[in-house]
Design a protein around this ligand. Structure first.
Ligand code: UD1
Ligand code: UDP
Length: 371
């Protein structure tokens, strides 16, 4: 029987690959294997548990404050043995993390075909997001199957000369996940705490924002929060110690800003769906918020998700303190501005992306797949 191996290692990859793992497992014409690199630990395990996915291999590479060199070296060294032992017919990777790039590189060295889930997102600025823009472009050079979430991402790949027959527009598997998590009757002590206030959700973690830019973001947020007593914020904080110390220093000790541990994905999606607006530098949250119709101030200079900007739901506000302050304040003070940004748009498909990907693989895998 042909073998498909999914390799992923961080929280966002897990959220978007677990629905695909579970879908592939219902296709008994292929054997499905899961290898996690463990680039993240607690934040990955939380998601594996939520989707009930048990990896066949766990490279357990994470260490505190790991550098890009640490991640790259550890994965490249360890994944070789797994790939050589299992000899998968196709390896699926997701998006743009170091796990994604290094796994694709290892497959290239071993001449194993790669399928790229969430292919074709671009900012065309190699430094932003860093190192993700490089990672995704590099994977596109290697990949045999390109599963693009939207026509927009498909067109990026076509413009770059990728073969049209290698590209499948499937929607984004995050919508598959979102369909199963958001519930009308959901409640949580934090939601109760924020009941009579406008709830702001905050996340931040991007490598290029660590340091000065992140300090700017947090100072702007603190300033606006101080001026708006009817607003409460919840910040499920990333486990990166650098993020934690900056957040503690600037946002800590405010009774209307709750800094909490990372939430399970079910909780997080329901928190988003009950929020008033979102401040983030995350990638995946831009898609989820667009689908839920929640205004997002994207604290970055670029986005690879222009669909949400076109619809008005996302606004790029960069990382300068004054610009974030002005935009955040305006959204709170100006109901018209807020209404303009509260459009639910969902360019990311009908929630059947995993099924579409599995069907393509099922159809193609028994034909000869060569690199
Ligand atoms: C990684 C990805 C980024 C993705 C993000 C999602 C790369 C280079 N970066 O960035 O594309 O957007 O994940 O969150 O691939 N840590 C823990 N426990 C965890 C997770 C992280 O303690 O479960 C801490 C560790 O100290 C770790 C640090 O966070 O060294 C940074 O993790 P790392 O994966 O290197 O970078 P992220 O910023 O999480
Ligand atoms: N998320 C989560 N719990 C949290 C914060 C985020 O489950 O406390 C989910 C969120 O729904 C989204 C993903 O994590 O699907 C985004 O991850 P992150 O921002 O770490 O990475 P990025 O998307 O920027 O790569």
């Amino acid at each position: 029987m042909k073998k498909v191996m999914l390799v992923f290692g961080t929280r966002p990859e897990a959220i978007k690959m677990c629905p695909l793992v579970n879908e592939l497992k219902t296709h008994n014409t292929m054997k499905t294997l899961v290898c996690v690199t463990g680039q993240h630990r607690q934040m990955l395990d939380q998601i594996l548990d939520a989707f009930n996915v048990r990896p066949d291999y766990d490279l357990a590479i994470m260490k505190d404050c790991q550098t890009l060199f640490d991640i790259t070296n550890s994965i490249l060294e360890q994944i070789k043995t797994v790939l050589e032992n299992e000899k998968p017919d196709v390896v699926l990777v997701h998006g743009d993390t170091s796990t994604t790039f290094v796994t694709a590189l290892a497959c290239f060295y071993l001449q194993i075909p790669v399928g790229h889930v969430e292919a074709g997102l671009r900012t065309y600025n190699i430094w932003s997001p860093f190192p993700e823009e490089f990672n995704r472009q590099a994977v596109s050079i290697i990949s045999h199957f390109n599963f693009a979430p939207t026509e927009y991402s498909k067109n990026n790949l076509l413009r770059e000369g990728r073969k049209p027959e290698s590209i499948y527009v499937t929607g984004n598997t995050v919508i598959d996940a979102l369909k199963t998590t958001v519930r009308n009757d959901y409640n949580h002590p934090c939601i109760e705490w924020a009941k009579n206030s406008r709830l702001i959700m905050i996340t931040a973690h991007r490598r290029e924002n660590l340091g000065k830019s992140m300090e700017n973001m947090f100072r702007a947020i603190r300033h606006v929060m101080d001026e708006h007593p009817d607003v409460k914020a919840i910040y499920p904080i990333h486990m990166n110690p650098v993020v934690r110390s900056t957040a503690d220093k600037i946002l800590g000790g405010d009774e209307r800003i709750k800094i909490i541990e990372p939430l399970d994905v079910l909780d997080f999606h329901n928190f988003l769906s009950r929020s008033y607006l979102i401040l983030t530098d995350s990638g995946g949250i831009q898609e989820e918020a667009s689908a839920l119709g929640k205004p997002v101030l994207v604290m970055r200079d670029t986005t690879e998700r222009p669909e949400g900007v076109d619809a008005g739901t996302l606004r790029l506000v960069g990382t300068k303190e004054e610009v974030i302050y002005n935009n955040f304040k305006k959204l709170l003070d100006d109901p018209e501005e807020y209404a303009k940004m509260s459009n639910a748009i969902n360019p990311y498909g009908d929630g059947f992306a995993s099924k579409k990907i599995a069907d393509v693989l099922e159809e193609c895998i028994n034909k000869e797949v060569t690199v």
